[in-house]
Design a protein around this ligand. Sequence first.
Ligand SMILES: Nc1nc2c(ncn2[C@@H]2O[C@H](COP(=O)(O)OP(=O)(O)O)[C@@H](O)[C@H]2O)c(=O)[nH]1
Ligand SMILES: [Mg+2]
Length: 245
Amino acid sequence: MVIIALPAYNESETLPFLLAAIRQSMQENKIDYRVVVVNDGSADDTSSVVTTLAGEMPIELIEHSENLGLGEAIRTGLLSALEGAEPHDIIVTMDSDNTQTPGLIARMVRGIREGNDVVIASRYRQGANIRGVPRYRRFLSFGARVVFGLLFPTPNVRDFTCGFRAYRAEVLSRAFEQYGDGFVAQSGFSCMVDILLKLRRMNAIMSEVPLILRYDQKFGASKMIVIRTIGETLRLVVSRRSGLG
Ligand SMILES: Nc1nc2c(ncn2[C@@H]2O[C@H](COP(=O)(O)OP(=O)(O)O)[C@@H](O)[C@H]2O)c(=O)[nH]1
Ligand SMILES: [Mg+2]
């Protein structure tokens, strides 16, 4: 079983496309799946869009009564995905903005079945293709790749910040047992790096597959607050390097 956890903040326009693509891809690949959408206090009709589609495919909707940030939504999504999951099940997270292609999930699932604990959809692998990402955002992701690659070298990992990943359920359960809620300690976009560094410390086996990123298809603006994310990420680097976090 593959459980796809989607953090969603004001994604009513894109979710129908993404959910249809997920459904089609899972059917084509004959993968047993369910989707968990975490509506993080959206001001639009994200909830009703999801409820409408829930009649057509296996979707669970979880609501935060207010906007708590990507990290909290990821934690809620991972915890509910783990409820009732078997140790060998696979939990996938991805953006709800329909810029990442669910067709890649089948390959990520295979990566876990082959023996990886984590498979990352990576911008830095042969075959990756990035369309429409502004230059400064490319620069930031690349900066993160360089900084984390130097300070926290991790076999097979180049993309430390991408939100599209697959995890072996058993490894995530162990991480929550070990760290409690602190497994996802960052409330903002730096949560992805935070999670990765903790799994690295647990000696998880990781690999990457090339990501096709269709940012050119993105409706509306990015929800990432750039300065806040840089600040959080730098604080994370300092606390991890000094052994405080
Ligand atoms: N839960 C939650 N999710 C958010 C928030 N901001 C953005 N997201 C979600 O996080 C994901 C990444 O945001 P996105 O705008 O795609 O960022 P970008 O692709 O990196 O520019 C999307 O699924 C958003 O719906 C937030 O405040 N809370
Ligand atoms: Mg996105």
